[in-house]
Write a protein that binds this ligand. Structure first.
Ligand code: COA
Length: 203
């Protein structure tokens, strides 16, 4: 780990990621954002767009702080093999057997239990819990206050909205959106938007 980090994505989510970086000991924190009209994010400078990463990659650790899973994945593929940091808030609880992939951020008060695997560039947001033996594939966003029970499999780019619940032993396939406050009680095998309690396909 270096003591400088560059964060791609200067939205509100980026600000929260910056503070986790600070708490992880990064002394210098700067941003890139593809909206060229932005030049500050809270107390941090925005020094260019994501294309400028080449100028910083040798000196700075890097992370993508974009909440939209598809956009985050697109940016990841432009980075051409730059290894991303993992950021875990000091107030998160992550079991020592859990495996956390590059580019993943685990936010304050999240809990990741035994033998969980969280792959690349995921967001485990504030106070979310992921229970034992679950597998969270690449570019997933688990929103604040979500609870995922044991041995759940969540596919690539799926977004579980704020306060959602997923019952144990289920699979949710790639590219799903689970509405805020919804409860998933059956496997989801077709990509789409699901909401309600129990969650049903709405789109
Ligand atoms: C699921 C969601 C993405 C759907 O948004 P949308 O694609 O614009 O869809 P709509 O608002 O048109 O809703 C479609 C239907 O699903 C229902 N619906 C939407 N969200 C719902 C929810 N959370 N729970 C129950 N029903 C819901 C709507 O009432 C509507 O039903 P109708 O057709 O009978 O009127 C959105 O409602 C949602 O929950 N987003 C999550 C936001 C979030 O968690 N943000 C946290 C960021 S960290």
């Amino acid at each position: 780990m270096r003591d400088k980090i560059i964060i791609i994505g200067a939205s509100g989510h980026g600000k929260v990621v910056a503070d986790i970086a600070r708490l992880n000991g990064y002394k210098e924190i700067i941003f890139l954002d593809d909206d060229e009209s932005k030049n500050r994010n809270s107390i941090y400078d925005i020094v260019g767009t994501s294309k400028d990463i080449e100028d910083y990659k040798d000196e700075y650790d890097c992370i993508i702080a974009v909440g939209d899973n598809t956009v985050r994945e697109k940016i990841y593929h432009t980075l051409k093999g730059i290894k991303l940091a993992v950021l875990i808030h000091p107030a998160a609880v992550v079991d020592k057997t859990a495996v956390i992939g590059e580019g993943t951020v685990i936010m304050a008060n999240a809990v990741v239990n035994a033998d969980v695997v969280i792959k690349k560039c995921c967001i485990i947001n504030t106070a979310a819990t992921v229970d034992h033996d679950s597998i969270i594939e690449n570019f997933v966003h688990v929103s604040p206050g979500v609870h995922i029970a044991g041995t759940v499999h969540v596919g690539d780019r799926t977004w579980i909205g704020i306060g959602g619940l997923v019952v144990n032993n289920l699979t949710i396939c790639n590219d799903c959106i689970i509405g805020s406050g919804s409860t998933v009680v059956r496997d989801i095998k077709t990509s789409g938007t699901y909401a309600g309690c129990p969650a049903r396909k709405v789109k």
